[in-house]
Design a protein around this ligand. Structure first.
Ligand SMILES: [Fe+2]
Ligand SMILES: [Fe+2]
Length: 214
């Protein structure tokens, strides 16, 4: 399954093939970090409800989105158990942290940036599912293709709220998207010493830490 056209058009760079090659060799780490990403996605959605409770449409959508991300978290955990992959702590990737550093502090810019970073992370996740799924074991590949459409929908929701909830003009949104995507592109294509779901081009990775059992 190909990346949905709106996401292909939105992202400024493709995931490097070298990342896909690493992911195929590191399925346990991929799944472990993926589980963490789903949990963080739920947490981001809940954070928006806490911070902006007066925004009813946003709160309603984020509540549903958080539940969906938690369901994904449970599904990844189930697959990890089936593959006999141990659960352990894994440090966070630089990706989301660096994007969040770019979020401006003052409102309404803060809300615009949080929503756009959310859209970018969902779009990249969707693109990575499509890139890696054909090279994964069958059951896992099918699961990833199933998630792809959910994350594509989340991307659309975040982008729509960035336009409807912040009062930013289309030109302002486009400009900020371009700025944030420039940061994202450098994180995705630049050398990265650590393998994670959203890591950059592999640069001197250590041997896979977890024994692959797939
Ligand atoms: Fe998800
Ligand atoms: Fe999502």
């Amino acid at each position: 399954m190909n990346v949905p056209a709106p996401i292909r058009d939105f992202l400024s760079v493709e995931t490097p093939t070298s990342w896909v090659n690493s992911a195929v060799e590191r399925v346990p780490e991929l799944l472990l970090d993926h589980a963490n990403c789903e949990l963080k996605a739920a947490s981001t959605a809940l954070g928006l409800i806490y911070r902006y409770p007066e925004r009813g449409a946003l709160a309603d959508r984020m509540s549903r989105l958080a539940r969906e991300e938690l369901r994904h978290f449970e599904q990844v955990r189930k697959i990890m158990r089936e593959f006999d992959i141990p659960f352990e702590r894994l440090s966070a990737s630089r990706y989301a942290g660096r994007l969040k550093e770019a979020v401006r502090e003052r409102e309404p810019e803060r809300l615009l940036d949080v929503l756009l970073v959310g859209a970018i992370i969902e779009a990249r996740s969707c693109e990575r599912f499509a890139a890696v799924a054909p090279r994964l074991p069958d059951a896992l590949g099918r699961f990833y293709l199933g998630l792809l459409s959910s994350e594509a929908r989340h991307f659309e929701h975040y982008l729509a709220f960035a336009r409807s909830e912040t009062g930013a003009s289309d030109a302002d949104v486009e400009l900020r998207v371009a700025e944030l995507l420039a940061i994202e592109a450098s994180l995705v294509t630049g050398p990265d010493p650590e393998f994670r779901f959203h890591s950059g081009a592999p640069a001197g990775f250590s041997r896979p830490r977890l024994a692959a059992s797939t």
